[in-house]
Design a protein around this ligand. Structure first.
Ligand SMILES: [Zn+2]
Length: 227
């Protein structure tokens, strides 16, 4: 089958992965990182992970299948509104934003920035974008009334759902469940479910995630409050 150009684009999503590390932060870097909120720089350990070719390879490999063009920009910078600076950086480095979702993350936020966690924080950015740009499109509308967080264990296959009994590893609230579901979608290009009777739930979640991602195409989304 011959594909037209638009289909061709959709069949082969483009992925750009860029890290911009500020050497001025080298003094501040800690090996471990256990703070709740971002300090605006990446920890030593995170820099090791995010600059590792394996990380790049995994991210690009995973995002190949989701049908969206994605930019991941890990741009080290303390908190605050510096939209202009990011826009300039993007322009100066010829990162295409048209038809792309451009995700920017500015520093370590507690959990080690494994490829999965990068996708999880991408979820934060999607949710942040939607806070400022409703309509709100909560995935939770897919769940039956009275749904309890604990039930995630019986529905989904990703690790944090399986760890719902482990206090330090469990998903702490519904917003984090949404982020994990977005990570699950980016990782597998679908929501995997444990039993076939949850198929319609998975479809509902997938559709809502696609609606959310559609909203973010052509936009720059930030994993911190950039307002
Ligand atoms: Zn989170």
């Amino acid at each position: 089958m011959k594909l037209n150009f638009k289909q061709f684009i959709n069949e082969s999503p483009l992925v750009n992965y860029v890290t911009s590390i500020n050497p001025q932060n080298n003094q501040k870097r800690q090996k471990e990182y256990d703070q709740e909120s971002s300090l605006g720089y990446f920890s030593k350990k995170d820099i090791k992970i995010i600059t590792n070719p394996k990380t790049t390879r995994i991210l690009k490999e995973k995002l190949k299948n989701i049908g969206y063009n994605i930019n991941i920009l890990l741009y080290e910078k303390s908190k605050g509104n510096y939209t202009k600076e990011i826009e300039e950086y993007i322009q100066n480095n010829n990162i295409p934003t048209e038809n792309h979702i451009t995700f920017v993350k500015n520093g370590s936020t507690g959990d080690f920035l494994t490829p999965w966690m990068i996708f999880h924080t991408f979820g934060h950015a999607v949710q942040n974008y939607q806070k400022i740009n409703p309509p709100s499109n909560s995935l939770l509308n897919c769940f039956e009334l009275g749904f309890q967080l604990q039930q995630a264990k019986n529905l989904f296959m990703f690790k944090s759902a399986q760890n719902m009994d482990v206090p330090t590893k469990r998903i702490i609230d519904f917003a984090e469940l949404e982020n994990e579901l977005i990570a699950e979608f980016l990782w597998n290009a679908k929501i995997r479910i444990k039993q076939p009777q949850f198929l319609s739930l998975a479809e509902c979640i997938e559709n809502k995630i696609k609606q959310s991602l559609n909203q973010c195409v052509g936009k720059i989304i930030y994993d911190w409050d950039n307002g």
